[in-house]
Design a protein around this ligand. Structure first.
Ligand SMILES: [Zn+2]
Length: 199
């Protein structure tokens, strides 16, 4: 690599570190950005750094938030006594796109996967149980990806939650292993509607 192209190589490397971006896409994005006007790149960099600085985690549900509580937890029109448990914020966003859910959420931060070092204590499980034990919750809906890890996590959570309130699990029209975030709005709406009581 000649010294002249080193800055470009560094930029490509940064893109390659992003999820879902392979070497060719990283190169394409880098070359595209280099053709853009200086002001646009400055706006891009500024938006990125500002978002990083201002966006934190909701104290209650662990979704992204710009205040102690996220927009959903603060919204009094939503059913605060119905909690939908998702693995990640991207799954929450997918369910919001379906427009079918009017309760609130709890973002676990992943699913239990001991092989990858993900045990219940590194997830927000304890905060979830505290939240349920301290508030009058009518239903907890488990909306985890249908996979071995997702199912293990659902069964584990159901056992912990059932002493406090009814637990349901969304009914998937999805094959095992499919990601919630890629399911279309209609499929997710049906999955929510067809949810079934556990235990
Ligand atoms: Zn929240």
């Amino acid at each position: 690599m000649s010294p002249l192209t080193q800055p470009l190589a560094r930029l490509i490397q940064q893109f390659e570190r992003l999820p879902g971006i392979g070497p060719r896409t990283a190169q394409r994005l880098s070359l595209y950005l280099l053709r853009q006007p200086q002001e646009q790149l400055e706006a891009f960099a500024e938006a990125l750094l500002t978002a990083r600085r201002c966006v934190g985690q909701c104290e209650q549900c662990f979704h992204l938030a710009t205040a102690p509580l996220c927009d959903i937890c603060r919204d009094q029109r939503r059913r605060q006594n119905q909690i939908c448990v998702v693995a990640e914020s991207k799954d929450l966003l997918a369910l919001e796109r379906s427009g079918e859910f009017h309760g609130v959420y709890h973002v676990l931060g992943g699913v239990i996967s001991p092989m990858d070092g993900v045990t219940p204590d590194v997830l927000t499980v304890q905060a979830l149980i505290q939240r349920i034990s301290r508030n009058p919750i009518e239903e907890v809906i488990l909306a985890l990806t249908p996979s071995v890890e997702g199912d293990t996590t659902s069964l584990y959570l159901a056992g912990l939650i059932q002493p406090f309130c009814p637990v349901t699990r969304i009914a998937y029209g999805l094959p095992m292993g499919s990601e919630l975030e890629f399911a279309d709005a209609v499929t997710l709406a049906r999955a929510l509607e067809g949810r079934q009581r556990m235990g």
